[in-house]
Design a protein around this ligand. Structure first.
Ligand SMILES: [Fe+2]
Length: 274
């Protein structure tokens, strides 16, 4: 099964504008030929690759699996009649390359999710062991808060149930939740996964809806958002409009969040949260 979201590659028409945005997001950049590759500070794992292209879109999504499982995934793809695809130009041809039922290019490599080695910034908010005596109560606005990892991607799909069947039955993902029969659904990787690492929303064409970047806590979400606003970006939904994993909400656990969903089965949860 696929076990971790490694990185997302996006095609963008203006690399300078892309760099300006993801620099403002606080990600660390390096240049790889014509591509820009981003990582989170303190985490040795590519999380985002910007590829020059005529239109904005998903170039491909790279997932990680274990060395003893990649041949099983190749066999499962073969059994499902999914042909291998060539790797993109300028990319080392490692792992498996193929297209999902919606035509999105998918790559699976042998890789573990990298640990986050940067210490969390201590802030005075619920659920954190913050000693307040003789210490400043409010976060210093100059604290350097940066994304700690890429949490999930939500893609548009022309048939979410067909796609979910592929990602669960062939690639081993698990269904965490759904909104109605046709609107959206949320899948997680095997092992120690967030509530979802891949979500899909119904649309007329495949494409990117959003990516989720994990911050240390909700104060840091606000602080990074303020930085983006000052840099000239306008807010979209704002705080509180998007549910996420514990680091975001400050204390709730993933199981509890999963229970808030509409159609999550207890035995499904037990498989991941024994
Ligand atoms: Fe999301």
């Amino acid at each position: 099964m696929i076990r971790s979201l490694q990185y997302v590659a996006l095609t963008i028409p203006d690399m300078q504008e892309g760099a300006r945005f993801y620099d403002a997001m606080g990600l660390e950049k390096h240049v790889d030929g014509e591509h820009l590759v981003y990582r989170c500070a303190g985490r040795v794992q590519d999380q985002l690759r910007l590829v020059p292209g005529e239109k904005k879109g998903i170039a491909w999504v790279t997932w990680g699996t274990r060395a003893d499982e990649i041949d099983k995934l190749a066999a499962a793809l073969d059994k499902a009649g999914v042909p291998m695809a060539p790797s993109p130009a300028a990319i080392e041809s490692n792992g498996l390359w193929f297209r999902d039922p919606d035509g999105i290019l998918v790559n699976i490599i042998v890789a573990d999710p990298a640990p986050q080695t940067r210490p969390a910034v201590e802030l005075n908010n619920p659920g954190t062991p913050y000693a307040r005596l003789a210490r400043r109560g409010a976060p210093n606005r100059h604290i350097d808060t940066r994304p700690r990892k890429l949490g999930h991607i939500l893609k548009f799909s022309t048939d979410i149930n067909r796609d979910a069947k592929f990602y669960t039955e062939v690639l081993g993902m698990k269904l965490s939740d759904r909104i109605g029969e046709e609107l959206a659904l949320f899948l997680r990787c095997g092992g120690d996964s967030d509530h979802h690492t891949l979500a899909m929303a119904t649309s007329e064409a495949p494409g990117l809806h959003h990516m989720s970047w994990e911050m240390g806590n909700i104060d840091q979400v606000r602080m990074r958002a303020e930085h983006l606003l000052k840099t000239g970006y306008r807010d979209g939904w704002g705080l509180g409009r998007h549910m996420n994993r514990p680091g975001f909400t400050g204390g709730q656990n993933s199981r509890r969040i999963a229970h808030y969903g509409t159609d999550t089965k207890e035995e499904d949860l037990e498989a991941v949260f024994p």
